[in-house]
Design a protein around this ligand. Sequence first.
Ligand SMILES: [Zn+2]
Length: 81
Amino acid sequence: MMMDVIPFENTWPYEKQFDDIYLHECPFCGEEQVLTHMKPEVLEQAKEGIKTSLILPCCHGKITILEADEDYFWADEQLRK
Ligand SMILES: [Zn+2]
């Protein structure tokens, strides 16, 4: 599994409410409660390990998501300080 080799520093939590996917906080600019443009079907694909890019509306920071689980995006770069 790819998840085994992605370090935890590369994870970022998300929240799904109905069809909306939120970040509690943007990893780049610190904006709170960021509503992403991610579609639920794209999240489902990410859970299957399909790589996807997410541009955040707050600062246009880009997360390259390699995989997702129920709580976290697993990115190709360190997101946690
Ligand atoms: Zn931001």
